[in-house]
Every structure is written in C-alpha cells, then in structure tokens.
Design a protein around this ligand. Structure first.
Ligand SMILES: [Zn+2]
Length: 405
C-alpha cells in the first residue's frame, strides 16, 4: 500500500499545479514537489496514473486490522474524488449534489424554505426590538462587535483557554504552535495553513466586523482542538509513527475536508461541554472585549439558534451553482434565511464561487461527526468519553461515509 500512497501524494501535488486551491498542506519530501513542478503531467496523464493506482489498490487483499482497512478505503475514496476534481478541471459540470457526493463522500440534505421560516419564527421571539427579524438581529448584534484595538487580547485569551482545555485531554507534541495573522480581501473569514512539525499559520480576515462569538469559534475551529490539532494528530500518529506518507498532503476538495471541517466545528462543543462556554465568555472574553458579561447567556441562546441557519448556506449554494438562482438572489437568500448582513452575504457568495459545494463540510460535517461520536457514547454528559472518541477520529483515516452509525 505504501507504493500507492506515494503515488497518491504525487498525484495530489500534480493536480495542485493545475488547480492553485487544491493542495491545502504539504510537508512530505520537498523533492517530490520539485519533481512535479519541473515536470508537470497533463490532466490526462494524471487521470490515467490515478486510475492505475486505483487498480493497484484493488489488487491488495483486505486487511483484518481496522486501521489498515480504513487506510485502504481512504486512499481509494480520496483518489476517486481526485478523478472527479480532474473532470471538473476539464469542464465537466456536476450538479451540486453530485459534486458533494463525488468530492466529499456525503449526500447533503435538502431543506425547504419552510424549515428556515420555522427557525426564524423562533428567533423572532428571542431577539429584542421590533421590525423585520434580519434588521432586528443586525441591530442586536451591533453591541457585540469586538473593536479592532481589543481583538488581539480577546483572541489570545480564547486561544489560551482552548489550548489548555485541549492539552488536558490530547497529548499534543511539545513544540506545537501557531502564528496568527490579520489579513484582508479574502473570500473566507479565517484559514489555517498547516506547515508540518505541528506548526500552523492562522489567518483572520478583518474585512467585516468581528463579533464576540468569533473568538472561541476561531480559536477552537482553526486551532484547538480544530484544524491545527487535527493536522498535528494526523502527522504524529499516521505520517510519523506509521510512516503513511499520504497524510503529509492535504487535498482540499476531497472527503478529508468533511472530517476536517466537521471536527473543527464540533470541537467547540467538545472543548466547552454544557454551559462552560457561556461561563468562560461571561467571565473572561466579554470583559476583555469591554462587553457586559451578563448578556452572554442571552447572546449564546440566540447564537445557538442561528447556527441551525447554517444549512441555508447549502441551499443558496445549491440553487446558485445549479443555475436556479442568480448571484443577487443567492445573496438575498442568505440575507433572509442565514440572517447575514449584505456585505457578509456578498463575501459568502464569493466563497461559493471559489469553493462551491465545500460549504456542506461545515454544517453536515459537524452533524455527522456529532452523530458518530454520540453513537459511541461521547455525549455532552460524558465529556471524557467524548474527548476520547474525538481524539480517535482525528487520529485515524476515517471517511465521511464511515461516520454513519
Ligand atoms: Zn475550517
């Protein structure tokens, strides 16, 4: 299987020469990348060697050990997704649902407009003030913006807390660390660039106002126990301990991303079980941001409900990419059903332009990861077991289709 794994790494690097967003991280042998750069195979050549590698994998007899079996399934499915991405680069147009299945190994649910209306009518009762809920929500949230001069302190406090909580439960390499950078003009709001050796660069986009909930979201999602820890664990357990080279490369448009985004989002709850997040926000982050900590409880009740509206992003992306809605209608949908301010909705449609059906990885990914971990006893009431299952998941090559209980 090691030969197929090496072929896989070189194939991913080769696709990266045709698709600049494809390789999200690489810390394997630098000579492999140089080789691919100086002698880049054509899309046709990549396609035929990917098919060859798949045939080679098929010939390997099934293993009795679970982790090796998962490795085999992982390599196979990642290669199938790579072939689908090649088709897209050659101009094939998938429907949103076909693309999600081909690239992310998952079938996104369909939610009718009425689903979001029901959530919004519940929010109507919770958000103070009068007028349309979109405007009311925007007005309410204005009081929870973190001013730029307080941003660094607030983020650092959130990162410290998330790191400590994660360190208590996961054996992180002692040299792990990340750098934080503030950037502008990006289609995303935050990004983790994994460099290898348990080092990440985390970028935060400050184009739009940053609300207090972003501090923990970002510290946990991009950092602890999210992307930074996920990549560190794959490196430690699979790339280094087992010598599985396929984990030194991360193909963005692949099933791996559903696990990465799903665990990064679910990791917030893992790090802060029960009411612990609200307590930490009330006692530490709100004061650091100069906000009234007594409002943390209400703010996060509303925040939890707006989280459900994240599925509205999928509906906007599906309709927009399938040609049912134009850009403006997609923005309008996000404003109405995801309660996004106009500028944020515009940023989101730019994200959809670039990353397409990737949007499902955040919400569906989170729900699939939650269901999987809870089905194994890792419930909110049993946080030790939940950490164990979480750690296990981010240290193994499990596919999205393997999360179904
Ligand atoms: Zn992410």
């Amino acid at each position: 299987m090691n030969a197929a794994a090496e072929a896989y790494v070189k194939l991913v690097l080769s696709v990266g020469e045709h698709d600049p967003d494809y390789v999200d991280a690489y810390y394997g042998p630098p000579s492999w990348r140089e080789q691919v750069k100086s002698n880049t195979p054509s899309i046709e050549e990549i396609r035929s060697s990917a098919e060859q590698t798949l045939q080679d994998l098929e010939k390997i007899p099934p293993s009795t050990g679970e982790i090796v079996r998962l490795r085999h399934q992982y390599l196979t499915r990642q290669l199938q997704a790579l072939l689908a991405r090649l088709d897209m680069l050659r101009g094939r147009v998938f429907s949103f649902d076909e693309e999600a299945r081909a690239l992310y190994d998952a079938a996104p649910p369909h939610h009718p407009e009425s689903y979001f209306r029901t959530v919004l009518s519940n929010l109507e009762k919770m958000v103070p003030g009068s007028g349309p809920i979109v405007e009311r929500y925007e007005r309410y949230r204005k009081d929870f913006i973190v001013t730029l001069n307080k941003l660094e302190d607030v983020f650092q406090a959130a990162i410290r807390e998330c790191r400590e909580r994660t360190r208590r439960m996961i054996d992180l390499p002692p040299t792990e660390r990340f750098a934080l950078e503030y950037v502008n003009n990006k289609p995303w709001s935050g990004y983790n660039w994994y460099k290898g050796d348990s080092i990440s660069l985390i970028q935060i986009n400050t184009d739009l106002p940053i609300y207090i909930d972003r501090a923990v979201d970002l510290a946990a999602h991009e950092g602890y126990p999210g992307h930074h820890v996920y990549n560190s664990m794959l490196e430690k357990h699979l790339a280094r301990e087992r010598g599985w080279v396929e984990f030194t490369v991360y193909a963005l448009f692949s099933p791996q991303s559903l696990i990465a985004e799903g665990t990064a989002n679910f990791g917030i709850e893992v790090a802060f079980p029960g009411s612990q997040r609200i307590e930490f926000e009330r006692d530490v982050l709100f004061p650091a941001a100069g906000l009234d900590g007594d409002q943390a409880g209400e703010y996060y009740s509303i925040h939890r409900l707006t989280g459900v509206l994240n599925y509205a992003h999928n509906e906007a992306a599906r309709s927009y990419l399938d040609g049912v809605m134009n850009r403006q209608q997609a923005e309008e949908w996000l404003v109405t059903y995801a309660l996004m301010a106009r500028e944020r909705a515009k940023q989101r449609v730019r994200f959809i332009d670039a990353y397409r059906s990737y949007v499902i990885n955040y919400n569906l990914g989170q729900d699939l990861v939650r269901q999987y971990i809870e089905s194994r006893g890792g419930t909110d009431g049993n946080s030790v077991k939940r950490w164990e299952e979480f750690n296990q998941l981010i240290s193994s090559p499990r596919l999205p289709s393997g999360l179904r209980p």
